[in-house]
Design a protein. Structure first.
Lengths: 220, 222
């Protein structure tokens, strides 16, 4: 077997999370949101975290609960503002949380770059906008680009449909979203799954995230 | 502010303005058969209702699906299957899923034929403002707007021509923060359909609805 370890307790699976860590959190809205791992992250007591996720939490559960518990110093996301993102909104307006807004494609690609060993990349997204201010620009073959830096996590928290004993993962429908990218971009990737399957039961052609990217799996 | 560079000479005039459904149908008419298309959140989503299934248009949603189906009925809702507006949808035969970096590579790489977006303002140069009002108390949120604006081969904007207080949303230059520069190709509104002539940095009125071309030129200050 590979090095992937399997856990039933999500808090145990997050052993080692420290104050000030950067945590990549999968999901687009609630699809693909690693709910158990986010709840466990609150339980670890770790604070001063940087959270990288597409959104900044809804209602008072999950990421919003983490924010409400004042564990987050900074959010890097594409779309913090939603109908029920009042926990984030309140902290932001009170100046109690730092926000870096990143266009969604740049957010994904910056993590992809981190996972793929790319030092930085030129993106056409955001050229001439407020979000390109202060960034290096370059014209290549007549088109303008902005230099974007990788986003690397100390941790990636991801939800997947199933894992096999090698840590290979498959996802389900649009719940895949950021999961496969984040899994590559962190020092330690922790994945919560709905099911575990026996060795050989997962079609190797269908594996989306190979086990090399998966350090710890939390079983259902 | 300088006058809008506007060309109304070739416009076809129609007696009635376009209501929301007619506007969506008008946008749908300009979507080429077999095109790969991304429909933005909100009003652009309604264009799907007017695409002829026989035209073979394939819908892309940036959260990782091609061949996206219609909104799910109550008994079909699957929390793992949503569109960019986080609305549950269905999976027709031939659909495919991919992760976020692939989804935006598809967009940024120029593989999508058309995207349809809403807007606060479009300038004569085809600059688009649709993500931020610039109000000091607004919480900035961009989502995929900037990626979409520069990614598709053709960017269609769908909006009302005037704000509620009658101010034109097609402007000589943006007063709201830009989403993308020189990216808009066509603007579909209740009162007129416009093409952006990027060479001449000029807005060309193609069709007027419920107003004469001269009226629209007057209202837009062209």
């Amino acid at each position: 077997m590979g090095r992937t370890t399997f856990h039933t307790d999500p808090v145990e699976a997050l052993a080692g999370v420290a104050d000030g860590d950067t945590v990549l959190v999968g999901g687009f809205g609630m699809a693909g949101m690693p709910v158990r791992l986010v709840d466990a992250l609150i339980e670890t007591g770790a604070t001063d975290l940087t959270i990288v996720s597409n959104n900044a939490g809804n209602g008072e559960t999950g990421l919003a609960a983490l924010l409400k518990a004042r564990r987050v110093a900074k959010v890097i996301c594409s779309f913090p503002r939603q109908a029920d993102s009042y926990v984030f909104d309140g902290l932001y307006r009170a100046g109690e949380i730092e926000l870096e807004v990143v266009p969604q494609g740049n957010l994904a690609e910056r993590m992809r770059a981190a996972g793929a060993g790319i030092g930085a990349f030129y993106s056409p997204t955001g050229v001439g906008t407020l979000l390109a201010e202060g960034k290096e620009q370059r014209t290549i073959d007549g088109r303008d680009y902005v230099l974007e830096m990788p986003i690397r996590g100390d941790w990636a928290l991801v939800a997947a449909q199933a894992a096999d004993p090698m840590g290979n993962l498959v996802y389900r429908k649009t719940a895949r979203n950021f999961g496969p990218v984040m899994a590559t971009a962190a020092a330690t990737t922790v994945v919560e799954v709905r099911e575990t399957v026996e060795l050989g039961a997962m079609d190797p052609e269908a594996v989306v995230t190979p086990g090399i990217y998966v350090d710890r799996v939390v079983t259902a | 502010m300088s006058a809008l560079r506007l060309d109304v000479t070739g416009a076809v005039e129609h007696p009635e303005p376009l209501d929301r459904a007619a506007l969506a149908a008008r946008v749908a008419r300009d979507v080429p058969d077999h095109a790969y298309v991304n429909l933005g959140i909100g009003q652009p989503t309604t264009v799907a209702d007017h695409l002829d299934p026989r035209a073979g248009v394939v819908l892309h949603t940036e959260n990782g699906m091609l061949g996206m189906g219609r909104a799910a009925r109550e008994d079909e809702v699957d929390p793992d299957l949503i569109n960019a507006g986080k609305v549950p949808v269905v999976e027709p035969p031939g659909a495919s899923y991919f992760h976020h970096a692939d989804s935006f590579a598809m967009m940024r790489g120029g593989h999508l034929d058309v995207c349809v977006l809403g807007a606060f303002q479009v300038s004569a140069a085809g600059d688009l403002a649709n993500w931020h009002t610039g109000a000091p108390d607004a919480i900035p949120a961009v989502g995929g707007a900037m990626d979409l604006a520069i990614g598709a081969k053709q960017v269609f904007v769908m909006m009302s021509l005037l704000t509620k207080d009658g101010t034109p949303k097609i402007v000589p230059s943006l007063t709201y923060p830009a989403t993308g520069l020189g990216c808009v190709d066509r603007v579909f509104t209740d009162l007129g359909v416009f093409a952006i002539d990027h060479e001449r940095q000029t807005v060309v009125l193609l069709e007027a609805y419920g107003a004469s071309a001269a009226d629209l030129a007057e209202r837009l200050g062209g």
